[in-house]
Design a protein around this ligand. Structure first.
Ligand SMILES: Cc1cc2nc3c(=O)[nH]c(=O)nc-3n(C[C@H](O)[C@H](O)[C@H](O)COP(=O)(O)OP(=O)(O)OC[C@H]3O[C@@H](n4cnc5c(N)ncnc54)[C@H](O)[C@@H]3O)c2cc1C
Ligand code: SF4
Length: 512
């Protein structure tokens, strides 16, 4: 028998696994393993999304009259090694196929157990992605330094996406400058509600299991509303294109109190589970531009996230697959503050960004990069700890995309592979892009004193601590100069305030 392994984020019918299938000898295999929810500790929303989507997909496989072996989380298998070993003992397997996983460690684990049983596995190319196998590696070889912008242009030109003849639509590759608006003091206009995905029996069953067996995990399930089937994912796509895309570009970086989603797509989990194909998502956005239903800055900005960033981080994940978890360029060693698991902090921006992650498993890009990520960077959290948190807490988290975003873009643990500088900012940035500071006991302008914004204090402290790196980086040198311009007394009180923060900020949680 030939065993066809389908991992939890490989729920697409156009994968190579479905080619050359012989119903007499091919058997499909899916497994829910506890390790995926517990290491790292996962948000309940993330576990429900994965298990429910897997069960819906397995049902479709059965409907098409293919044989499927399906292990449920309650069957008690903790890891892929355990459950595969069980399968090898129960069935006469002679061949194994699997599409390339999104996690190098999972790939290693499967390879190891397969070898132990003197079998071989055929890794198939993942057709979900736009770049072909080896294409990123080839591109990388030709460049001194990988820059997302040029990778994006390469894919746009070669796939003829958002192009007019051989020129970028609108005569410009990038409309990023128009995509950094904040809201007026009145905040966003009323935003069309998202579709409601009613919880069917399959999802309810999973919710009950998670509440019963994983009650210790963070996350709230009474508001669970994520697509778990391709049909629901297509509804989400259409809703985004019709109602949110027109404003997506302008307010891509904006944040607002009690508005967790704003004009963002909420498509990442569906894309990463492979319920949606990135090219169909891009085509829908491009069509909206061609039909004058969305402006170019929004459409280009959105397409850049998927065609550019998504394909770029995947390429970099595999290029440095063995190294990522060893990276710690800034030698950061501190623990993650306990409030990352509870949202119990007076810092309003962090409270908002963390609470919505716990409640929905969601944060948009700027919340991840410039609130939760920025604080962890300034707090000097060990990159492995913050990586585990991001991997567990978001509904869309899978290693190939989470790792380079967290360890690279957000924490600069890679020393500048993903981005050319650490993304540092003071509370002034958060104040400019949101109304969070208006609800906060701290003052983003102050770096010392009782009302000092911790972001602002730690921002200057970071510049002080990493002066060599910052002053030699052309994009940050000005910030180092600004620090040097401060008087010795001012520098001294900022250092003192930072030391006080390190001793006190997380204390109440450690004491309890
Ligand atoms: C520290 C950190 C960790 C992140 N971890 C993940 C993760 O585990 N999984 C994940 O899918 N994204 C991750 N991202 C990228 C991004 O924040 C999310 O893709 C996005 O917020 C998802 O929400 P959305 O679907 O509403 O996206 P939108 O803001 O509406 O964007 C549209 C789509 O573009 C893609 N996209 C946007 N930015 C990126 C990016 N930087 N890298 C890859 N794809 C991108 C996503 O598929 C997303 O659905 C991370 C970013 C940071 C800074
Ligand atoms: S003052 Fe500082 S801590 Fe408070 S919301 Fe603004 S940036 Fe966040």
């Amino acid at each position: 028998m030939r065993l066809n392994i389908i991992l939890g984020d490989q729920l697409n019918w156009n994968s190579l696994l479905w080619q050359d299938v012989d119903k007499a000898t091919d058997i499909f295999w899916m497994a829910e393993v506890a390790q995926a929810s517990l290491q790292p500790a996962s948000n309940k929303n993330r576990t429900v999304i994965f298990l429910s989507a897997m069960r819906h997909f397995a049902k479709e496989i059965e409907k098409k009259a293919f044989d499927v072996i399906y292990y449920r989380i309650t069957d008690g298998f903790n890891s892929f090694s355990e459950v595969l070993t069980h399968t090898f003992h129960q069935h006469d397997i002679t061949e194994i196929r699997c599409v390339l996983p999104g996690d190098y460690l999972v790939m290693q684990e499967i390879e190891h157990v397969v070898k132990q049983h003197r079998l071989k596995i055929d890794w198939l190319e993942d057709k979900h992605f736009i770049a072909k196998r080896g294409e990123f590696g080839q591109w990388l070889k030709q460049r001194k330094k990988p820059t997302m912008e040029y990778w994006y242009r390469h894919l746009r030109e070669s796939r003829h996406i958002l192009m007019e003849q051989d020129k970028p639509a609108g005569g410009q590759w990038n409309f990023d400058k128009s995509n950094r608006q904040s809201f007026s003091k009145h905040g966003p206009d009323p935003i069309k509600e998202n579709p409601n995905y009613s919880v069917d029996d399959i999802t309810q069953d999973v919710i009950d299991i998670v509440e019963k067996h994983f009650s210790q995990l963070p996350g709230k399930l009474d508001t669970f509303n994520w697509p778990v089937t391709r049909r629901q994912a297509l509804i989400q796509l259409r809703h985004f294109i019709d109602h949110y895309l027109p404003s997506f570009g302008d307010y891509q970086d904006a944040m607002w109190t009690d508005q967790p989603f704003l004009y963002h797509a909420r498509l990442s989990s569906s894309l990463n589970l492979k319920l949606l194909d990135p090219l169909e998502v891009i085509a829908a956005a491009e069509e909206a531009y061609q039909k004058n239903k969305a402006p170019l800055n929004a459409v280009e900005g959105f397409i850049r996230q998927i065609l550019g960033w998504r394909e770029y981080v995947r390429g970099l994940y595999w290029a440095y697959r063995k190294d990522w978890l060893q990276f710690n360029a800034l030698n950061a060693k501190r623990d993650l503050p306990a409030f990352y698991w509870t949202a119990d902090t007076d810092m309003h921006c962090l409270h908002q960004a963390l609470k919505q992650v716990i409640d929905y498993g969601y944060g948009h890009h700027i919340q991840r990069l410039m609130v939760t990520g920025l604080f962890a960077l300034l707090w000097q959290v060990d990159p492995k700890h913050i990586h585990q948190w991001y991997l567990g807490m978001y509904v869309d988290a899978v290693s190939w995309v989470e790792v380079p975003n967290t360890l690279g873009m957000s924490q600069y643990a890679d020393g500048g592979i993903v981005g050319s500088k650490p993304y540092i900012a003071s509370g002034a940035y958060i104040n400019r892009m949101s109304n969070y500071c208006q609800h906060c006991p701290f003052d983003p302008k102050q770096a010392s004193g009782d009302k000092a914004c911790p972001f602002t204090t730690l921002y200057w402290y970071f510049i002080d601590q990493h002066n060599d790196l910052i002053s030699h980086n052309p994009r940050l040198a000005m910030q180092a100069k600004n620090w040097e311009k401060k008087s010795h007394t001012e520098q001294h009180v900022i250092r003192e305030r930072a030391t006080w923060l390190f001793q006190h900020i997380d204390k109440k949680h450690k004491d309890t």
